[in-house]
Design a protein around this ligand. Structure first.
Ligand code: ZN
Length: 211
């Protein structure tokens, strides 16, 4: 099935988790910019080596470079995709439009309170990057990864103060995208205050059956 879908929404709104479930259901890959970036760096591709310089110096990887990486990972696909973490701003959205048609944009939203609770409870595995939540998805043994037995930690950008900052950045940078896609009639709003199953059900209703 060729259905190119963007998941839009602030950090902590549950996009990644939902994208994974939708990816399984529709048999279309979940393309997360974070993963694309890490993969290019790990495989030392030409783009990855360039990106690594920015990552190592603690500066943001430029739009152009991120766009090239996303383009190369979707250009070989024979199916549609779920794009998560891209586009992040209007410049990226306009760039994306030059090489890919977008059929649907799912716009996830939840209150700041909910997002802070979700993100600040998040724990990540040091080894395999599996993600847990102290309340919602607790590991079987406190602070230990179910998959690999390694220690879990709280990312430094997942403390309440930093989360508020990240939400402000999102408001400023990504909100214009909502207007952009709404004007193209491809935007659907998703109430991300519900649990994962509830959010997935809303998405499926919009995207249609998976066959
Ligand atoms: Zn692990």
């Amino acid at each position: 099935m060729i259905m190119n879908v963007i998941l839009l929404g602030p950090p902590g709104v549950g996009k990644g988790t939902v994208a994974k479930k939708l990816s399984e259901r529709y048999k279309m890959p979940h393309i997360s910019t974070g993963d694309v970036l890490r993969k290019n760096i790990a495989e030392q591709t030409e783009l990855g080596l360039k990106a690594k310089e920015f990552v190592d110096s603690g500066t943001l990887v430029p739009d152009e470079l991120v766009t090239k990486m996303v383009k190369s990972s979707i250009s070989t696909l024979s199916t549609g995709f779920f794009l998560d973490g891209y586009p992040r701003n209007l410049a990226q959205a306009k760039a994306l439009k030059t090489f890919s048609e977008i059929h649907r944009v799912l716009n996830f939203s939840a209150s700041e309170e909910i997002i802070i609770e979700r993100l600040s409870g998040r724990r990540t595995c040091k080894e395999c990057n599996a993600i847990y939540h102290v309340k919602n998805i607790p590991p079987k043994k406190e602070n230990v990864c179910d998959n690999c037995g390694s220690q879990l930690y709280q990312r430094s950008d997942e403390t309440p103060e930093i989360i508020k900052e990240r939400l402000n950045v999102y408001e400023n940078e990504t909100k214009p995208l909502i207007d952009f896609y709404r004007a193209e009639n491809s935007l659907s709003d998703i109430d991300a205050t519900q649990n994962v199953e509830g959010i997935v059900a809303q998405c499926v209703e919009i995207l249609g059956a998976s066959d």
